[in-house]
Design a protein around this ligand. Sequence first.
Ligand code: PMP
Ligand code: GLU
Length: 383
Amino acid sequence: MDFAARVDRIEPSATVAISNKASELEAEGVDVVDLSVGDIVDFDTPENVKQAAKDALDAGHTGYTPSNGIPELKSAVVDKLHDDGLDQYGTENIVVTPGGKQGLFEVFQTLIDDGDEVVLLDPAWVSYEAMVKLSDGSLKRVDTAQYDFALEPALDDLAEAVSDDTEILVVNSPGNPHGAVYSDEALEGVRDIAVEHDVTVVADEIYKEITYDGVEPTSIGSLEGMEDRTITLNGFSKAYAMTGWRLGYYAAPEELIDQSGKIHGHSVTCAVNFVQHAGVEALENTDEAVEEMRSAFEERRDMLVDLFAEHGKEVPTPEGAFYLMLPVADDDVAWAEEAIETAHVATVPGSAFGTPGWVRLAYANSEDRLREGVERLAEHDLL
Ligand code: PMP
Ligand code: GLU
């Protein structure tokens, strides 16, 4: 077979591939502490959400739905966005997708022409780079690791990176893989740069519900001047422990939806019907379950930061999401390979996110397993 050049431009998703490797080792009988993929290991989808899916199946919600989503879910999404200060969006601005990932893919495909520039704030989630490359775009990357992942000190670098050739700037707060939540001052700085160069901001808010120490992330689309240049993306995977259900959405100006909706209709038709009904329940009736998970993640974050400190490793304290960046040897890929081969602890090298010298640990896992993971790394002289 003669493969298209675009597949040569990208690598398999590091987060997914390493977790597959951990599963393979487990199938061979190895006890792996898998801190690689951002999945929620010890919480299940809330019971009422599962029941809503069962009820929807019983009620015969098994056919195609309107391509951009069922009206009830789009309304519930709009209510949530309004709660976040994003008053510019109505139901006509929403596309419901099978996972947030599909939404991002549609947005990049819709906006990027050959050579158009996309600016990422590094470290940045692995799939942005691949999606930009699949859209024939070019990348500029701004390092925030040097500032312990804060955005405000990186604004000058960002102003230098963004030009009139920039089509998209991706803002992911709370962020994967670093867990930083960007301050209002930083977001206002981003807004000024975006307005100056007429740039569209893709605001990936998939971890918005998971923050610590009372931090409340601002949605950049709610800032003055950003209403019509922000695409706000979210999903159900993280806040509601629904990773395997594949449900997400994006909200954007109608002119974008008219275009991206064509890609959506031709590629997936619609998100799964009964899953969309469960999504309504997730948005409307899960406050307690979400809080239970959020507070457990906060305790685990505290525990991990303390454990690493006991081993002489200072790590930047994440304010959200459920990832932590650990500084390691220069060759983070070799470190991560050694960690999985010898200590049987799976992590993702920072290189995959644009920041060599670090690895990412996902801590949506039980305290026992997290403690076991750190102990194994220490025993194998990896800390
Ligand atoms: N954005 C970020 C930053 C992510 O970490 C992920 C991975 N969960 C996604 C988007 C996509 O998630 P999903 O497709 O499961 O909704
Ligand atoms: N986003 C999660 C992660 O970073 C899940 C896997 C993926 O979609 O990349 O691990």
